[in-house]
Write a protein that binds this ligand. Structure first.
Ligand code: GDP
Ligand code: MG
Ligand code: ZN
Length: 376
């Protein structure tokens, strides 16, 4: 898909166009990593331009996101400035975190400290499976468990339908395989806090100076919010999107689709058809999914959650209520009066976009809305 290599470059670039990737966005400024190094008069190189967006793009409502491939006009290499004139069509688009052209999710969990919680892992996996992105599952802190334990986890996860990478950032184990998996792609880094995500970035990108998101004060302001996504440039090629940690993603998928997000259930569905089209696979006659798999229990719990969510939303629709379902940082749901403002309508349009909503700190949502206003 969106491999950022010279091949793609050739197909996108017409003669002397200046093409790059947006690696950081804040307010009306865009940090763009140029595809080609620019040699300055004093023979030093530059890779980055701080850009504004052409008024024409604003007029047609063309948003610019981190990960976007763009054409730059009127570059001033000495000052490191430019203007974004055009945005290439996106291959993928996530709204939370707001990243364009991401290809995969790197889901990191620790084997110990914090201990690996299968139920939490399942939740993250289902959330990741519900996007169109591919998934790379990685278990860190291999140094804290025995080889037998590792074997057990591996066998268990294979039954779930996964082949995880086992790594230890502390002892450098498994990092080559991981680097291979990240090469040339835009990857979204995800996982609960404390598992080693920041350590991983620091290890893969040895010099802090190489942090793509390292920009001037103005751009730095919103750093730890959902809205602000940084793309880190990997030495072997590829970009890694750093995002705030989160502990429990909310599952907002359609109950009917949930089974598809469990590979071991999906495999059973591929073998045949259930008698009922709307089968939810909990003991209906002639259902093709049996209950002989470890995560069946997780499936039933998530299913109940998805059904409850759907019923709540339906009820709200039926009563034409003016309430809007919101979720607190604790995961608790509550209702808030809907504001029929322009702001609200814009937001809801956005929400149709593919989303990793719930993978990130809910406390930052207000911040997201606020920044969004500035953006549009
Ligand atoms: N034993 C061990 N500890 C690790 C490893 N990787 C990270 N840690 C530790 O785990 C803690 C949390 O790491 P951090 O990178 O902040 O996790 P994050 O919250 O996911 O960003 C830190 O104390 C790290 O030193 C590892 O491979 N082995
Ligand atoms: Mg961290
Ligand atoms: Zn069924």
């Amino acid at each position: 898909m969106s491999k950022l290599n010279s091949h793609d470059l050739a197909s996108e670039t017409v003669v002397s166009e200046i093409v790059g990737t947006v690696v950081a966005v804040q307010a009306n400024f865009y940090q763009v990593r140029l595809d080609q190094d620019i040699i300055l008069e004093n023979s030093s190189k530059t890779h980055y331009l701080l850009c504004t967006r052409r008024t024409r793009l604003k007029k047609i409502g063309q948003k610019v996101m981190v990960g976007d491939r763009v054409i730059i006009e009127e570059p001033d290499y000495q000052d490191g400035r430019g203007a974004i004139a055009q945005v290439f069509p996106r291959k993928t688009e996530l709204s939370r975190p707001p990243v364009a052209n991401a290809e995969q999710i790197l889901l990191v969990f620790a084997l110990e400290n914090p201990p690996l919680d299968p139920w939490q892992l399942s939740r993250f996996l289902v959330k990741a499976e519900s996007t169109s992105l591919s998934l790379c599952l990685c278990f860190n802190k291999l140094d804290l468990i025995t080889d037998t334990q590792r074997q057990q986890w591996q066998e268990r996860l294979e039954k779930w339908g996964y082949k995880p990478l086992f790594i230890s950032i502390m002892t450098d184990q498994g990092l080559e395989a991981l680097t291979d998996c990240l090469r040339g792609k835009i990857t979204i880094l995800a996982g609960p806090s404390g598992v080693g995500k920041s350590s991983l970035i620091n290890t893969l990108i040895p010099e802090v100076e190489q942090r793509v998101g390292k920009v001037s004060g103005k751009l730095n302001k919103g750093r730890h919010t959902t809205r602000h996504v940084e793309l880190f440039e990997l030495p072997g090629g590829g970009l890694l999107a750093d995002t705030p940690g989160f502990n429990q993603p909310d599952l907002d998928c359609d109950p009917q689709e949930l089974a598809l997000y469990f590979p071991e259930a999906k495999a059973q569905l591929n073998q045949g058809n259930c008698q009922f089209n709307d089968c939810l696979h909990r003991g209906e006659p002639n259902c093709v999914i049996n209950n002989d798999w470890e995560r069946y229990e997780h499936y039933l719990m998530f299913l109940e959650e998805a059904i409850n969510r759907q019923e709540t939303l339906q009820k709200m629709g039926d009563e034409e209520t003016n309430l809007k379902l919101k979720i607190k940082a604790s995961g608790q749901e509550y209702y808030e009066p809907k504001l029929e403002t322009k702001k609200y309508r814009r937001r809801s349009r956005r929400e149709k976009h593919q989303t990793l909503q719930g993978l990130y700190d809910h406390q930052s949502l207000d911040d997201f809305e606020h920044d969004n206003d500035q953006e549009l």
